[in-house]
Design a protein around this ligand. Sequence first.
Ligand SMILES: *[C@@H]1O[C@H](CO)[C@@H](O)[C@H](O)[C@H]1NC(C)=O
Ligand SMILES: *[C@@H]1O[C@H](CO)[C@@H](O)[C@H](O)[C@H]1NC(C)=O
Ligand SMILES: *[C@@H]1O[C@H](CO)[C@@H](O)[C@H](O)[C@H]1NC(C)=O
Ligand SMILES: *[C@@H]1O[C@H](CO)[C@@H](O)[C@H](O)[C@H]1NC(C)=O
Ligand SMILES: *[C@@H]1O[C@H](CO)[C@@H](O)[C@H](O)[C@H]1NC(C)=O
Length: 546
Amino acid sequence: MSPLLSLVILVLFPRVRSTASVAPTVVLDNGTFTGTASTSDTQSFFGIPFAQPPTGDLRLRLPVTVSPYNGTHNVTAMGPACPQQKVTVPILTGVVDTIVSELFEDFYSAEFPDAEDCLTLNIIKPATATPTSELPVVLWLFAGGFEFGTPARYDGVPIVQRSIAMGKPIIYVSINYRLAAFGFLGGKEVREAGIGNLGLQDQREALRWLQRYIPAFGGDPTKVTIWGESAGAISVSLQMLANGGDTEGLFRGAYMQSGSPVPVGPIENGQKYHDDLVEQAGCAGASDTLACLRTVPYDQLKAAQDASPFFLSYQSLVLAWLPREDGLFLTDNPQRLVQQGKVANVPFITGDCDDEGTVFSLSTLNVTTDEDFSEYIATVWAPTAPASTVAALTVSYSSDVAEGSPFGTGILNALSPQFKRLASFQGDAVFQGPRRFFQQSLSGKQNQWAYLNKRFKATPFVGSFHTSDIQNVYKDGELTDYLINFVTDLDPNGDTVPAWPRYTTEDPNLMTLYDLPGLPATNITSDTFRAGAISVLTEISLEFPI
Ligand SMILES: *[C@@H]1O[C@H](CO)[C@@H](O)[C@H](O)[C@H]1NC(C)=O
Ligand SMILES: *[C@@H]1O[C@H](CO)[C@@H](O)[C@H](O)[C@H]1NC(C)=O
Ligand SMILES: *[C@@H]1O[C@H](CO)[C@@H](O)[C@H](O)[C@H]1NC(C)=O
Ligand SMILES: *[C@@H]1O[C@H](CO)[C@@H](O)[C@H](O)[C@H]1NC(C)=O
Ligand SMILES: *[C@@H]1O[C@H](CO)[C@@H](O)[C@H](O)[C@H]1NC(C)=O
């Protein structure tokens, strides 16, 4: 697979471990589940179904609660991923291809098996945890643009081990949720049927499952933190907006790495992709398109989905499949829900990488002139906005390469004359802008902390790229300890990490992470960069959501 793709997903394969001692078991209802002693101090229970299989007539339906368990089950391997959208990557040539390939050869990728029957979760717990332990719990939501991804790409064992070493043991849970056409189908038919945002509904169902079953593993259902990266972090933020901001007691904290309530509009904005899918699947002309889609053979529906644009295509972050206002899970556009204060009143941590937009701008290297840039914004990003709006954006995002992203790299990394400009615009439109809007809207209402990752800045062309903070949290960086502290105490601060002051509008502190030789690894900076441009962009996003 392409090195570029590997870069985006940053593979963190679970290591192969020799299984020690006797296999651990947990009893759920009348079912007995046998897991694995993954290390001497942790136990894993992989591939437990948390909802009825979303197949047959349950395809394109809200998740249905599992029946009480019975019998014996080996839960030693993760279940298949949910149906993955076919990956298409930009074709890079010459020096870009060479350098990107070389840099990321370690981040190789692999095919993960996928299947429609995919609603399973995975639990890693300290070996000593018993049903009376009442440990805090963290639920991980994987990345992948709502189009692909799987919990199998991430190894939670080092996090649980680190929590034990810190004297703050926690339980790690990761889940599958439906993706692309199976999880985020749009269109008016979907609104009418009340089946929008199924991937988010799956996440909610998993949270309900934890309320019922996590005590058997030693977890405290009143101490659940939801955590994710990219699409997973956007998901976390949208869980905060569901149900008018009422958490139903399902979670008490949120940790978001590169994802906030995004500027998306009504579910009818996805009509085009609905109609294309219906056509491709052979359901055109059916009186009930959803009923027809439920009868289409899996391979045929998967192929129809795969004909849609992937997130590394020319339209990039203007995703074909993504959460949208459906009147049910999201009762309004996410950013309007934030303005209305319909947000879960729980403490949270959020953060971004400095150059969020670079990877997503490798597919638009043929946008080379100022005219191309305006045209791209006008046709892809803001097709309903007047010319004056597009003009305001082109003024805010300068064509001066020294102002573009990777930021702070002068005239370097200008892959095309408009690459750094588009990277700056896209990073702010989907990541930095929505994060700042979210944080400032909630300032003073609940405790919040923010970070900015400037590590890997020297990476050619992509700088501190999207996902460059994942190793930090999965492989024993500061973000691991901040996570464990937060999951345990609802405050990231603790003995092992630098002090991290809270974020408010008056004092917008950013824990900034560096890897520059001879300089401190962290520093507190202020969230005031590109203030004018981001404020123009936020106003426009609110008016013209995608
Ligand atoms: C467990 O099995 C017992 C005995 O067969 C039965 O009475 C009970 O209803 C079962 N519980 C669940 C949750 O299925
Ligand atoms: C055991 O579980 C399966 C799957 O949920 C279910 O079909 C079956 O009826 C259950 N059996 C009993 C005795 O509860
Ligand atoms: C579980 O795995 C063990 C050891 O591999 C095997 O002996 C047993 O038959 C399996 N049980 C089930 C229910 O699959
Ligand atoms: C760039 O290439 C894409 C895909 O071939 C095409 O759709 C688009 O119009 C091109 N854009 C420009 C500015 O040439
Ligand atoms: C840390 O931040 C302070 C205040 O913004 C600044 O004066 C100082 O130079 C920074 N230090 C480093 C190493 O970046």
